[in-house]
Design a protein around this ligand. Structure first.
Ligand SMILES: [Zn+2]
Ligand SMILES: [Zn+2]
Length: 241
């Protein structure tokens, strides 16, 4: 774990046979207003909480958790984390907030075969992923948090309610599972996913100036080459039809 830039901390996922998403903590510590981006896989809550403390950050300063999307590898330990910071609010895009509130777990598991496998492996209980969402995001919001400004961009395609957080002044992009380092993109075969929609979302992101790419998995990129996201979108375009 490390501070990447002022107001951006990185807690790498600890992958098992299912990946564990990275967590980013955003906000300047002096502000007393920190945000967690994503949670991670089941059983990883204690690791994420310990990592926050090792970074010298105070749990009481964490005011909210914003989910880039609600796949199992991102939301699995959300309850574990919220048990430690019960005051934190939960912000999710409305397209995934509503299914979560209704207990529709297709958005979490993506496919039925995966659901039964994970429920057996992790002994997941009924309604494990039923949450009340404090703020439903739409995309287009400008969030002033922790003495920083983050724009919310709705980028469906990997999932219906995927969002990116973008800090324009620092050219920092947190795109969830939509685009990764090394010309990789998120899968587009799960519940609610759609190839052409993912392509449109990649093209939306390609319009941003991005120096620092902080994806949900795999390596982070601190000096993104110009045109990287557009090139990635173009490489994948033949498959996103
Ligand atoms: Zn995902
Ligand atoms: Zn993921």
């Amino acid at each position: 774990m490390q501070q990447i830039l002022e107001g951006v901390f990185y807690i790498p996922g600890q992958d098992e046979f299912i990946p564990d998403s990275h967590v980013y903590v955003i906000g300047k510590p002096t502000s007393g207003d920190l945000t967690l981006v994503d949670a991670g896989l089941m059983g990883k809550g204690a690791y994420k909480i310990e990592s926050i403390q090792k970074l010298g950050l105070s749990l009481s300063d964490i005011k909210r958790v914003i989910m880039t999307h609600t796949h199992l590898d991102h939301i699995g330990c959300l309850k574990e984390i919220l048990n430690e910071i019960p005051h934190a609010k939960l912000w999710v895009h409305t397209k995934e907030a509503e299914p979560l509130e209704q207990g529709d777990e297709r958005i979490v598991y993506g496919m039925d075969m995966f659901k039964s496998m994970c429920q057996a492996q992790y002994n997941i209980k009924k309604d494990a992923f039923k949450f009340e969402i404090d703020r439903k995001l739409e995309g287009g919001e400008t969030l002033k948090m922790g003495d920083m400004t983050w724009e919310v961009i709705h980028i469906p395609g990997h999932s219906q309610g995927s969002i990116a957080l973008y800090n324009r002044s620092g050219k920092i992009l947190i795109p969830g599972d939509v685009v990764y380092a090394d010309y990789a993109i998120g899968r587009f075969d799960l519940h609610g996913a759609n190839g052409p929609t993912l392509r449109d979302s990649l093209l939306t992101l390609a319009e941003l100036e991005v120096d620092v790419l902080l994806p949900g998995h795999n390596r982070i990129v601190e000096h993104v080459q110009p045109g990287y996201i557009l090139e990635t979108a173009n490489q994948w375009a033949p498959y996103l039809t």
